[in-house]
Design a protein around this ligand. Structure first.
Ligand code: COI
Length: 358
């Protein structure tokens, strides 16, 4: 069906001025084109088009605006020294998005067709892929329910679209260590809920605690489990790792945290270096004890936007705990360099993670 879908192309008549690479920040600028298609019960996915980046109109009663039927992904396109363009594990993003679609009672889409659209879009706007070290083109596939209907039921029509934004580092700290506030008054998600799904509401629900932490000088919050407020879950919008006693420990994918693609890549890379990785519940008390007895060597967060983001300090129950003297550790540096070298096409790709465009 959809894998042979025709994608129409309408090119922008006037191209926008590109921002200078020093001022990119994260998610502020958008490229000249976007991809868009629609789903209805009788036609399935149809009207696929690459068109100029533009606002679209929506009925004020649209399902997404009232009941939050919205899922999205984040992945990046990179340009190598020799101007090759690479996507990093894009089919994993689309498969995760399809799982999210099922959980949110939204239609699945054929990954092959979405890949065709994504590659065509990235190639068309390839001049927007920044070339400076650490910068990339962030791609945001999104699906929303657009039925104008206020009764509570899954929408019968959807829009899937992809927009693209040239980005630098996600955090102002760049690759410098972040200060993290351990949150024990709010929680992010419960098992059986949608914490393992990349749906908009999870991010809305996280904002209050994050903003409070930011006001107090912290970069992000570290979430604890919703039942006991004992086990570590995620940090802000990323997965979290602790390097304790020469083992890398990260919470398991047990339903309330997102199965990060960077998380999975880090686990595979570290295992290939013969460093043990444990995916297991880890309590905040264990982390604090390890920090006090010196066995916690490093901690870092992982995510598409954040890449590898070292944690230099934790604040928990009125006390601060420095990690690695507040400095970026050797494992974080090695991981950052290795992962980025693979992503940019500057070294071999033994896991076949890269997909070439063009
Ligand atoms: C990503 O890392 O791609 C995300 O979606 C996190 C977002 C808050 C930027």
């Amino acid at each position: 069906m959809w894998k042979d879908l025709d994608i129409s192309l309408e090119k922008a008549t006037a191209l926008k001025e590109k921002p200078s690479v020093e001022n990119l920040g994260f998610g502020q600028y958008f490229t000249d084109h976007m991809f868009k298609m629609q789903w209805t019960q009788d036609q399935g996915w149809h009207d696929a088009r690459i068109c100029p980046y533009e606002p679209f109109s929506m009925d004020p009663a649209s399902t997404v605006l009232h009941y939050g039927q919205a899922i999205f992904e984040g992945l990046k396109a990179y340009k190598s020294y020799d101007k090759q363009i690479y996507l990093f594990r894009p089919t994993d993003n689309f498969e995760r998005m399809n799982n999210a679609a099922s959980r949110m009672s939204m239609p699945r889409f054929p990954v092959e067709g979405a890949m065709k659209a994504l590659k065509a879009l990235v190639y068309l706007d390839r001049d927007w892929i920044p070339e400076a070290e650490g910068s990339s083109l962030y791609l945001r596939p999104t699906m929303i329910g657009v039925d104008p209907y206020l009764g509570l039921k899954p929408s019968e029509s959807y829009i899937f679209y992809v927009i693209m934004s040239p980005v630098g580092a996600y955090y102002a700290e760049g690759f410098s260590p972040t200060k993290i506030y351990v949150c024990n008054d709010y929680v992010r998600a419960v098992k059986g809920g949608v914490g393992d799904v990349k749906t908009a509401g999870n991010y809305a629900a996280s904002m209050l605690a994050s903003e409070k932490a930011k006001k107090d000088g912290y970069t992000q919050v570290l979430w604890l489990d919703a039942c006991e407020r004992k086990y570590v879950e995620e940090v802000g919008t990323s997965n979290i790792f602790f390097y304790i006693d020469n083992k890398l420990v990260t919470p398991p994918l047990s339903g309330s945290i997102l199965g990060g693609i960077t998380r999975n890549s880090v686990i595979k890379l570290v295992r290939s270096w013969d460093i043990e990785v444990e995916e297991r519940p880890i309590s905040i008390d264990e982390v604090i004890e390890a920090s006090q007895n010196g066995s916690l060597k490093e901690s870092f967060a992982t995510g598409t936007a954040a890449v590898i983001s070292p944690v230099g300090e934790l604040f928990y129950n009125d006390a601060s705990y420095l990690i690695n003297n507040g400095e970026t550790g050797d494992l974080s540096i090695r991981l950052f360099k290795d992962l980025q070298a693979i992503q940019y096409g500057h070294k071999d790709d033994p896991h076949n993670w890269r997909v070439r465009v063009g």
